[in-house]
Design a binder for this molecule. Structure first.
Ligand code: FES
Length: 602
């Protein structure tokens, strides 16, 4: 029987052999309509997930990558078959790309499960695509090989290198403060994304690429870091095709076997050492909670504990000064993992079938004559520990996350200030630049209603802009807190992912008022609202009362989320909170419940 038919013939006790054969022969008839011979169909079938979209410049090289993967598959005796799934770009997905991440993960899982593939190469790159594919791939549990599209090259403005999108923000801040004019900002705009590929700093996309290498799922020298437009990236793609075929000859290569708790601990160690994006914390929690044997064994506290032991070693924007191409030229993930060796679980398995220790053993670092400027040694780190920290307190009983290494004013890591509260993004847009806004550089800017449900998809609005009147006085950083996310390319003293979010009617964060004192003490991992407990309880009870009254005669579009139709309805009913990964409860390995049942209807 041709291999393609065999793949299509799962043993289904309820179907008689004759019927099953008939079905399979019919299936093979249809695949033959594409011109395949029986001989080709006898080969291992390697699916290639095509996430090309004209709306996704971070995936602009996908057609070329597919050709290279096919070359690798064919050279190894497999049959490559590409198929599409959703593709999500950061700038062109409304309301947010994060809102669609779980949809993409469902698409990925179901297409891998549904189609007759032996293994799959998953091509992703832009922020949400790699997490979605890892979530879906782990749940589908067929052998999968991630393939990253790769970072873009840096551009140049008046002799200075620039790259999306850390420099977008710094130039925008200069423009807001009156330091440059509209013509300057337009010319910078021409250079911020000079080639296709993912953002060229240690943003979420680069972070997820490095974390995927830390999981043991990428080729180490170039898999995470080779530029999207480089020939090295095409060779990585060819190797991914070869790896996908080779995996079929080895045992225990399905992701639920290959990935263990130790693999994830390694990935979190990498996250801390690269000063990675806070978004990766949410994504990793979602990925972890898809794995039946790892789910529930790692939580936000684990990230903080690993951070305390892990120095920041990679000098890339926004925590440092350089770009992904510099990281690649300095030895990339291979050099970093050699450096991190004492902190890693070397017995974790990799996509090659070897352990991480064996891979590192066979590629000694001393043969890489790279400078230590970009990848520091353990003795000379950029920051001694705790690049990403997790704070707790009455305002965030389930945690809040900060990229402490990206603080621009380290005095704010230990700070007590008066809250200047914005109830939502519309309120922020209306008042942030009001010359009469009561705010000083010691105030704590608070933005509510940008959590997973409050503003579906938890937008990257946590980088609350410095009020214009303070920006013009040269204030570059303030303590800012929200229940939303922040782009991995952004920096500042910014607390994010407050859980439970303000839309939850039990949330203390939901009742913070302008003038309240807020205490942030990173050393003690504390974020607290300095208001009497009785007063907090009174405010929560009053808010619940208001919400109940409002629900009775709330006009469209203020309909109850339980009555909402379509994907938005599914999302709002099922998404869990950020400390669990913002996944849908029913997609997690344990099929746990979705979002809080006590969320304000919006
Ligand atoms: Fe795709 Fe930044 S927009 S990686």
């Amino acid at each position: 029987m041709p291999r393609f038919v065999a793949v299509l013939a799962p043993e289904t006790p309820s179907v008689s052999i004759n019927n099953a054969e008939k079905v399979h022969i019919v299936h093979s008839v249809f695949i033959k309509a594409l011109g395949y011979s029986d001989s080709a169909l006898s080969s291992p079938i390697i699916g290639i997930i095509n996430t090309y979209s004209s709306f996704n410049p971070c995936h602009s090289n996908v057609p070329q990558l597919i050709e290279s993967v096919k070359r690798g598959v064919l050279a190894s005796g497999g049959l490559p078959v590409d198929f599409p799934t959703i593709s999500i770009h950061e700038s062109f997905a409304s309301p947010t790309s994060m809102y669609l991440r779980n949809l993409m993960s469902m698409d990925t899982e179901e297409m891998i499960k549904a189609q007759p593939v032996d293994a799959v190469v998953m091509i992703g790159g832009c922020d949400k695509t790699v997490p979605a594919q890892l979530m879906g791939g782990i749940s589908a549990n067929k052998p999968v090989v991630p393939l990253i599209t790769g970072p873009m090259m840096p551009g140049s403005v008046q002799g200075s290198r620039v790259g999306a999108c850390t420099d977008c923000r710094s130039y925008w801040a200069k423009y807001r403060a009156g330091g440059i004019d509209v013509e300057d900002i337009m010319s910078v705009n021409e250079e911020l994304a000079p080639t296709g590929g993912t953002c060229g700093v240690m943003g979420t996309a680069s972070t997820m690429a490095c974390v995927t290498a830390g999981l043991g799922l990428l080729e180490l020298r170039a898999g995470a870091t080779a530029a999207a437009v480089s020939s090295a990236r095409l060779r990585v793609a060819e190797q991914a095709g070869r790896n996908a075929v080779a995996m079929l000859t080895k045992d225990q290569m399905k992701p639920q076997d290959l990935l263990t708790r130790e693999s994830f601990i390694n990935a979190i160690t990498v996250l801390q050492a690269i000063g990675g994006s806070t978004n990766a914390v949410v994504h990793l929690l979602a990925i972890i909670n898809r794995h039946p044997r790892v789910a529930g064994t790692i939580d936000l506290k684990t990230f903080d504990e690993i951070g305390k032991k892990t120095p920041l070693l990679v000098d890339l924007k926004p925590s440092g000064d350089n770009y992904m191409t510099d990281f690649h030229n300095a030895g990339g993930m291979l050099a970093l993992l050699h450096t991190l060796r004492p902190l890693l679980h070397l017995d974790a398995k990799t996509i090659t079938g070897q352990t991480l220790g064996e891979v590192l053993e066979s590629t000694p670092f001393k043969t890489f004559p790279y400078s230590r400027q970009i990848i520091r040694s353990l003795d000379d780190p950029l920051h001694p520990a705790s690049s990403l920290v997790v704070l707790y307190g009455n305002v965030c009983p389930n945690g809040a996350v900060m990229k402490a290494s990206a603080s621009k004013n380290r005095k704010l890591l230990h700070h007590r200030g008066s809250a200047c509260v914005f109830e939502d993004t519309a309120d922020l847009a209306r008042r942030i630049d009001d010359p009469d806004l009561e705010v000083t550089e010691d105030s704590v800017l608070v933005l509510k209603s940008i959590g997973p449900v409050g503003n579906p998809g938890m937008p990257e609005a946590g980088l609350i802009p410095i009020p214009q009147k303070l920006g013009r006085k040269g204030v570059l950083d303030m303590l800012r807190i929200s229940d939303g996310r922040m782009s991995g390319t952004a920096g500042g003293t910014i607390l994010l992912h407050i859980s439970p979010e303000s839309a939850d009617l039990d949330s203390v964060f939901g009742v913070v008022q302008t003038g309240d004192k807020i205490v942030c003490d990173v050393e003690r991992r504390l974020l607290s609202l300095d208001v009497e407990q009785d007063e907090i309880a009174r405010r929560i009870a009053e808010r619940k009362q208001r919400a109940q009254t409002a629900t009775h005669d709330r006009p469209e579009p203020w309909i109850d989320r339980h009555d909402r139709r379509g994907y938005r309805g599914l999302y709002e009913r099922e998404v869990n909170q950020s400390h669990l990964g913002c996944d849908f409860g029913f997609l997690t390995a344990n099929g746990g419940p979705g979002g809080s049942k006590n969320i304000e209807s919006r």
